[in-house]
Design a protein. Sequence first.
Length: 360
Amino acid sequence: MGALAVAQTPSSPPRPRRPTPPTRDPHSPGYVAATELLDGRVPSPAEDGNFIIGPTHNPAPEMTVQEGVPQGTVTEFTMESKDSKIYPGIAREPGTFGKADPDDPAKMIVTTSHPAPYSRRVTVYVPKQYVPGTEAPFIVGADGPDKMLFTALDNLIAQKRVPVMIAISIANGSGDAQGSQRGLEYDTMSGLYAEFVETEVLPLVEQKFNVKLTKDPDGRATMGGSSGGSCALIMAWYHPEWYHRVLTYSGTYVNQQWPSNPETPHGAWEFHERLIPNSPVKPIRLWMEVGDRDNLNANVMRDNMHDWVVANENMAKVLAAKGYHYQFVFARNAGHTDRTVKQQTLPEALEYVWAGYGKK
């Protein structure tokens, strides 16, 4: 008897390897003037402006569990796409990628994205000092869970360097970049993701954990890295009545939006190209970081709007020109959303972002 034929699934084409980003000099022509700190130092949370740190990135002491410090509770629950009125779910076929529009290199064409279900985890940190049922400030983070954030908050709250706050760490809806659920959530220049959080996530958090989340935008913060970082600013930009405080690592202030929107054809690149310079100042306080080896041309588009370092440098320029309270950290010896940089800087970043809270 002949051997049975075994059906084989064709293998997906390999994704093109990204070239290693060059190391950028923070004193390059066109970059913002910045204060270079001694190696191992981070800026003061009392100072606005531009700073250069590194090349050594040792963890701050607040990033380690400390004996005798009250530890908050960390609990997860799951949200299903079938229960969402805002995000029913999409996915891009595995092994497929978009193509640059030959008539417009700033536009990505994706033909393999389709409806698809997803599950997401929501991780909620409630500090030991929180009194159940009382109104509390909070921070919403992308791409959760974020254990580093929870440890930092334990120590910073105990030291009274930040308010007693709740942290809500929301996982994305899967995938990455154009045509994915994550890309749709984080890279879309609109208030939709903030509206999803406001109407579908926060009510569940209050219901499940007997907490009361403040409605005061000065007591609400957002944070994230990469596209989660641009999402954090997008939330506050389109809904400043909900959020005033933003913290971003390697923010994707580049042209990553899909589907294309004629009102913001260059995606989050529009922040420093047009939106911030041409808009009245909004009540947003922003801490942001970029690495000297951060992403450069990370996809097939050659639109000159995919350099993460230039994007963040441009953000610092326009924020300064408009008089925003911001702190920009350029990290030497650091890659995209560099873990060692976050371990070094997160306590100071949180303290900067929350400066002035409760002192109206």
